[in-house]
Design a protein around this ligand. Structure first.
Ligand SMILES: C[S@@+](CC[C@H](N)C(=O)[O-])C[C@H]1O[C@@H](n2cnc3c(N)ncnc32)[C@H](O)[C@@H]1O
Length: 316
């Protein structure tokens, strides 16, 4: 069987518990993993294609320009695992050259993952695709029959930036455990740069990032029987220079009362709900994080404008 699907999707009850916990906090938040229902995944794909969102095309350029070196560094015949695989676009750049024994895309967005993984399996007819719907920050089990040796994780898109530096260390530790002592990690990490470039990337003119952000409330309304008035919240994204991170918020436009099931939440005018961080690193500060997680850097590739970085890490 070339294509298999393994369903470890988190329970709907987890979504409810996390949303209620987040919105009850002194500084309300919603975890960014909940952006990704099918519509959220589609909107993220649109964001990646906007002119302002430099990370996707820059990372793709780095991989394309260095493909021979990347493949020589990783070696062939690995078991390739991609946490947060999304549309599996970037992995297509590696597959023919890398010839992995199998590809394991892992994503929380179930229907989107199924569609994308099936498309990939139809396109690369020689490839074994084992798609796993799961939360990679939670309990995740790889299928029993997959190889335990020569595992390589591919973690592009600077998804690691969505975690605080200390959480990022834990996520990297989990990935290190998943690939084992002999395995490796090819990871894309967004770099610090001019504030205007960063602010523009998270406030695209076409409004896809705004829709992506607000889709969280649409999803909560639909799945958790809530009554958010989506037009009464404003998308707000800015670069926090001190913390080296983009912060994305939904800001209440008036004093309002929202029901989630039978729970009441009161939002004051100007009060914000934090929906995402996107931390930006220097090459050195990322290597420090990786080293705290037990990884050593084998090689780093950066574009000529130093916007984005791709690193190959192995256990130290
Ligand atoms: C920033 S996007 C990156 C997508 C793709 N890897 C790329 O480079 O364009 C993050 C992806 O990770 C998935 N994701 C986010 N949090 C997740 C989690 N906790 N567990 C599993 N998948 C997650 C999302 O559904 C989305 O596809």
């Amino acid at each position: 069987m070339r294509y298999q699907f393994f369903d470890q999707h988190p329970e709907a009850a987890d979504f409810r518990v996390d949303v209620i916990e987040g919105l009850s906090a002194a500084e309300p938040y919603i975890l960014p993993k909940y952006f990704y229902d099918e519509e959220g995944s589609r909107l993220f794909e649109k964001i990646c294609n906007t002119k302002e969102y430099y990370p996707t095309r820059t990372e793709v350029g780095i991989i394309r320009n260095n493909i021979d070196d990347i493949v020589a560094t990783l070696g062939k015949d690995c078991l390739l695992i991609e946490p947060g695989s999304g549309d599996s676009y970037k992995v297509r750049l590696l597959l023919d050259a890398l010839r992995p024994i199998a590809y394991l895309p892992i994503d929380i967005s179930k229907h989107y993952l199924q569609n994308e993984a099936k498309k990939l399996a139809a396109e690369f007819t020689w490839l074994n695709v084992h798609a796993i719907c799961a939360d990679f920050t939670g309990k995740l089990e790889l299928p029993d029959h997959v190889s335990t040796i020569n595992r390589v994780a591919f973690f592009p898109g600077s998804t690691i930036g969505n975690f605080s530096p200390s959480q990022a260390v834990s996520v990297l530790e989990e990935i290190r455990a998943m690939v084992g002592g002999e395995g490796g990690l090819l990871i894309g990490v967004d770099l610090r740069k001019d504030t205007n470039v960063l602010d523009a990337a998270y406030n695209d003119q076409a409004g896809y990032t705004e829709r992506f952000n607000k889709n969280l409330l649409v999803r909560i309304n639909r799945e958790l029987a809530a009554d958010f008035n989506v037009t009464e919240f404003q998308h707000y994204a800015f670069y926090n220079e001190k913390e080296h991170r983009i912060e994305m918020h939904l800001v209440s436009q008036e004093d309002q009362r929202v029901l989630i099931g039978d729970k009441v939440f009161l939002f004051k005018k100007e009060q914000s709900i934090l929906t995402e961080y996107s931390h930006k690193y220097s090459v050195e500060s990322f290597h420090q994080i990786a080293s705290q997680a037990g990884f050593e850097n084998v090689k780093t590739w950066v574009d000529k404008d130093q916007l984005f970085s791709v690193h190959y890490l192995v256990s130290n």
